[in-house]
Write a protein that binds this ligand. Structure first.
Ligand code: NAD
Length: 494
């Protein structure tokens, strides 16, 4: 039995944790810091530098120097070997990484530990991809001996900006393909959860990552983030976060026409047909939202249920929700951890008020968790709203909290139209035992991923991303490599 409490006290003691530029651990040039507090109890874990535009300048210069210098000499096979060493290093330190995430952003430790297959898989998948990058020899229309071919080249310096809700997977899904392709990275983690990303940099360095290939600048979005997005020395921005910030980043990127890929928000539908296997569907539909306290971009927050089974199904989801164990993430039996910050808990609470004020019925939850054990933290009861209509605020806006809006439907055509009536298009779930219905829905729903009789599956080998206002570009799969590569045509007059 691991004593997480003792390990937590040894990991973070309230002291300063520097950021990482050009292989050096450093303070912000301004000397200012940001406090990293545990969202479960408000305790001070550490302070991190409040980096700004000056630090971003230094990090971009280091990334450029590495890109054009020593890193460019690494063969694909050497980059592959490095990624495999990093994966081994992560595997050896996996419990520490997970503990850090649980302390810094609240995700229950059982959930972070279970993510190892995905994260280690990402590192090893991109290690494999590193040695597959190649161009083509292409016939052309010129007479004589004129040969044309292509080579694939790394795009250059990549600026990565990530949110707070999954720091390990979120950062690795940006760093690993960059290393595989030969790019260099300046990564700005969220001001709400920087600590694990700093640990990641330490592990990568120990595994032999050369100076300047990965640089971490901690700081706020409005200064460090905005400076990175607008920086003329950055060739590409990869961003995960809210749609509003994604729009700001896309605008800022126009200065030097840097390429951009955006993984943004969602209001994903989960559709339960009348022929669904209800027993299996109830826990999956519930956890489609409640996992990570609803703080996941793919949260299936609009639960469409066939009218014939609606009341029974929704009652069972509410019952399931009311039994989830709420608590500190390092308690081994916690299902629902804290919300990241007071500000975010306020935001979710405002939806808990607006729902009933517009006519939604609270079937379970509906408020904050009170009591001595929750002092100093930000906890919200898993909530199911019944009697919801499509035009209500809770059915339209991304809440990013543990809140389900249940909506009955009468026909497949109708539910397709209603499910697609959202500016977002990130993900969707379908529950049906009828092959034809499952196919029909999977093909007609406008979303980057559709899961049938399951939810949440994300894999390094399978593309993930959004359509419409959920963004563009893909992470995962071989397509992902394209985001980090340019194609050069070479002509030879022999
Ligand atoms: P956010 O957009 O507020 O912040 C994300 C990151 O952007 C942070 O690092 C922040 O500091 C930075 N940032 C903020 N303003 C910036 C600016 N003007 N210029 C540059 N950077 C800036 O998002 P959040 O609150 O941290 O995360 C929640 C949002 O992220 C939700 O909308 C959620 O759906 C989305 N999300 C999407 C995915 C996905 O893969 N599609 C995954 C996780 C989260």
């Amino acid at each position: 039995m691991i004593d997480w409490q003792a390990r937590a006290a040894a990991l973070y003691d309230g002291g300063f944790r520097p950021m990482f530029i050009d292989g050096n651990w450093c303070e912000a040039r301004s000397g200012e810091v940001i406090e990293a507090r545990n969202p479960a109890d408000g305790s001070l874990l550490a302070t991190v530098p409040k980096g700004d535009a000056a630090d971003i300048d230094a990090a971009v210069a280091a990334a450029r120097k590495a890109f054009e210098g020593p890193w460019s000499k690494f063969t694909p096979f050497e980059r592959q070997a490095l990624l495999l060493r990093i994966a081994d290093q992560f595997e050896a330190e996996w419990e520490t990484l997970c503990l850090s995430d649980t302390l810094d952003m609240g995700m229950p430790i059982q959930r972070t530990l279970a993510n190892s297959r995905r994260v280690l898989g990402m590192l090893r998948f991109y290690a494999g991809q590193a040695v597959t990058i190649h161009g083509e020899t292409i016939p052309n229309s010129f007479p004589g001996e004129i040969y044309s071919s292509t080579v694939r080249e790394p795009i250059g310096v990549v600026g990565a900006i990530i949110p707070w809700n999954a720091p390990i997977a979120g950062s690795i899904w940006k760093i690993a393909p960059a290393i595989a392709t030969g790019c260099t990275v300046v990564l700005k983690p969220s001001e709400e959860a920087s600590l694990t990303v700093l640990l990641i940099a330490r592990l990568m360095r120990e595994a032999g990552l050369p100076d300047g290939v990965l640089n971490i600048v901690t700081g706020y979005g409005a200064d460090a983030g905005a400076a990175l997005a607008a920086h003329p020395g950055v060739d590409k921005i990869v961003f995960t976060g809210s749609t509003a910030t994604g729009q700001a980043i896309a605008r800022a990127a126009t200065g030097n026409l840097k390429r951009v890929s955006l993984e943004l928000g969602g209001k994903s539908p989960v559709i339960v047909c009348r022929d669904a296997d209800i027993e299996k569907a109830v826990p999956v539909a519930a956890m489609a939202v409640f996992a990570n306290s609803g703080q996941i971009c793919i949260a299936g927050s609009r639960l469409f249920v066939a009218r014939e089974i609606h009341d029974e199904f929704v009652r069972r989801v509410a019952d399931f929700a009311s039994k989830l164990k709420i608590g500190h993430g390092i308690a081994g039996d916690t299902d629902i951890g804290p919300i990241i910050s007071a500000r975010q808990a306020e935001r979710i609470s405002s939806y808990l008020s607006v729902g009933p004020s517009e006519g939604a019925e609270v079937l379970t939850g509906g408020g904050r968790v009170e009591g001595e054990a929750f002092q100093g933290g930000h906890f919200i009861h898993p909530t199911v709203f019944g009697g919801v209509t499509d035009n209500m605020t809770v059915a339209r806006e991304e809440i990013f909290g543990p809140v389900i809006s249940a909506l009955p439907f009468d026909s497949i055509d109708e539910v397709v139209e209603r499910a697609n009536a959202t500016p977002y298009g990130l993900a969707a779930g379908v529950f049906s035992t009828h092959l034809g219905t499952a196919h029909k829905l999977a093909h007609r729903i406008k979303a980057g991923s559709v899961w049938v009789n399951m939810y949440h599956a994300i894999d390094p080998a399978v593309p993930f991303g959004g359509v419409k206002m959920s963004g563009y570009g893909r992470e995962g799969g071989t397509e992902h490599m394209e985001e980090y590569l340019d194609t050069k045509a070479i002509w030879i007059n022999a």
